[in-house]
Ligand binder design. Structure first.
Ligand code: SF4
Ligand code: SF4
Length: 173
């Protein structure tokens, strides 16, 4: 190949590459200066789980183990206990409650099967996504890490409005 044709091919390749780059300039920016700016997550986003309570603050979980049975990663560990006190004084909505409720995030694949299996709407995915730790043992989250009344929510996300188009790039694909 002569040097002239090499120059022509190289120039053509540069122009093609730059045309792709330049075509993105007018488009809406998808990156954010995290953590200075909050990340926008979809309403359907599956982050760290939340264990819910009723209007009296009683835990909704009745320790039925259906979530653990549905979990393909076997990462939910529950110990059930009985709380025979009057209904308004109980820890949970039912006499039976989860004395221990652990999720091992070393193994969780955020599939949502546990949420679908729960007959009491006691567990959902929240939006907390900052689960990185230096020690694997810290990925074992206990009931106090998961309860909606105790889980500390990150300031580094915002949930998109339902009509907000935040992932149009994916929809184009
Ligand atoms: S999201 Fe899936 S893998 Fe994680 S705890 Fe629930 S069922 Fe198990
Ligand atoms: S979270 Fe729901 S499915 Fe799991 S043990 Fe509690 S009540 Fe049962």
């Amino acid at each position: 190949m002569s040097i002239i044709s090499e120059v022509i091919d190289s120039t053509r390749a540069i122009i093609q590459g730059m045309s792709v780059t330049l075509s993105y300039i007018p488009r809406r920016k998808q990156t954010v200066e995290y953590p200075e700016e909050p990340v926008t997550v979809q309403p359907r986003y599956r982050g760290q789980h939340l264990l819910h309570v009723d209007e009296l603050g009683r835990e909704k979980c009745v320790a039925c183990f259906l979530c653990a049975a549905a979990c393909p990663s076997e990462c939910i560990y529950i110990e059930a206990a009985d709380d025979p006190r009057p209904a308004e004084e109980r820890i949970g909505v039912d006499e039976r409650y989860a004395k221990v409720y652990n999720i091992d995030y070393n193994r969780c694949i955020f599939c949502g099967f546990c949420v679908e299996a729960c007959p009491k709407d006691a567990i959902t995915h929240g939006y907390n996504f900052e689960l990185s730790v230096y020690n694997r043992a810290d990925l074992l989250k206990r009931k106090d890490d998961l309860l909606i009344t105790k889980q500390v929510q990150s300031k580094n996300y915002r949930v998109a409005f339902s009509d907000e188009d935040v992932d149009s790039e994916y929809k184009e694909v």
